[in-house]
Design a protein around this ligand. Structure first.
Ligand SMILES: O=P(O)(O)O[C@@H]1C[C@H](O)[C@@H](CO)O1
Length: 292
């Protein structure tokens, strides 16, 4: 068991990456993060080398149902990948530096492209439960009031002090995903939009859902944006999607109540299609060097 801290230096991150690389020959160029109930993506990897988070130096442990807490190395259609079967959230009590640490480990493992998935509540009235939203931008509510993962001293070996975020969600990868979705016949449930991250773990009040919708968000969740910021800071390309697992309650007459069981259930229903979408993307990234 290793002691958990709140700040991780370049050398700390390198120590963890080296520890992992000493135990697997897989040198991943694609990193995947599985959202709530979406961990089945990791099961697609062949020739797996699996680490439980509790055994990895400096890694926190997963505490949320639907997040298995395993780091899986392997190949997806021949392409070396690493997959987080479960992510960390600030509401679990971890610092923002801790929940984003895996992105820096990805970078030091050689990852060039990160694919993140999450479960989110739908705010856009055109969205239905089961829709998949390609994220084109985010609103980082905690970040806007100081809870940004890059707060603290900056190490230039990772990236610059003031990284740009207007291009965080790679345009070509978004187009690639949309093309693949069309080929697979998924256009009926594919959407694109803005993801808003809130602190959780309580789901939003009606007034909060209305507020973030008015601010321009199409979906609301409790993760992803901090990871994206750290991934972009250290120069990895990012693709992210939200599975709309529930409709955010926006109406005082509604009888609906957000709950984690519905979130996991919707994940199960769309799992196969999401796995096909992501695995086909991984293949295409391999076939076109522009993407890697
Ligand atoms: O890890 P993600 O963002 O997919 O998890 C969402 C947000 C909460 O952790 C949980 C709520 O059901 O799902």
């Amino acid at each position: 068991m290793f002691q958990l801290k709140d700040f991780y230096s370049y050398d700390d991150c390198k120590g963890t990456a080296d520890w992992l690389m000493a135990q697997t020959a897989v040198r991943p160029t694609i990193g995947i993060v599985c959202g709530s109930g979406l961990g089945g993506l990791a099961d697609m990897l062949k020739d797996q080398v699996v680490f439980n988070y509790k055994d990895i130096p400096d890694f926190p442990e997963s505490t949320v149902h639907g997040h298995a807490g395993r780091l899986v190395f392997g190949t997806l259609k021949g392409r070396p990948c690493v997959c987080m079967q479960g992510r960390f959230h600030q509401y679990e009590g971890y610092s923002i530096q801790k929940i984003t640490l895996p992105m820096r480990i990805f970078k030091l493992l050689g990852v060039q492209t990160v694919i993140l998935t999450n479960a989110a509540g739908g705010l856009n009235e055109d969205f239905k439960v089961g829709d998949v939203m390609i994220i084109k931008d985010h609103i980082n509510m905690p970040g806007m009031v100081g809870f940004n993962p890059l707060v603290g001293s900056n190490d230039n070996r990772f990236g610059v002090r003031f990284p740009c975020m207007s291009d965080a969600y790679d345009k070509e990868l978004r187009q690639l995903a949309m093309n693949i979705a069309q080929e697979l016949g998924y256009e009926d449930f594919m959407k694109e939009g803005v993801y808003c991250v809130v602190g959780g773990p309580s789901f939003e009040t009606i007034a909060e859902s209305r507020l973030v919708h008015r601010l321009g968000a199409d979906a609301v969740g409790m993760s992803t944006a901090p990871e994206v910021i750290v991934a972009r800071h250290c120069g990895m390309r990012v693709f992210a999607l939200s599975l709309i697992t529930n409709q955010s309650v926006m109406d005082y007459d509604s009888e609906e109540k957000a709950n984690h069981e519905e979130v996991l259930q919707t994940g199960k229903h769309r799992a196969e299609q999401l796995e096909r979408l992501v695995s086909t993307m991984v293949t295409r990234i391999e076939h076109n060097n522009n993407y890697a």
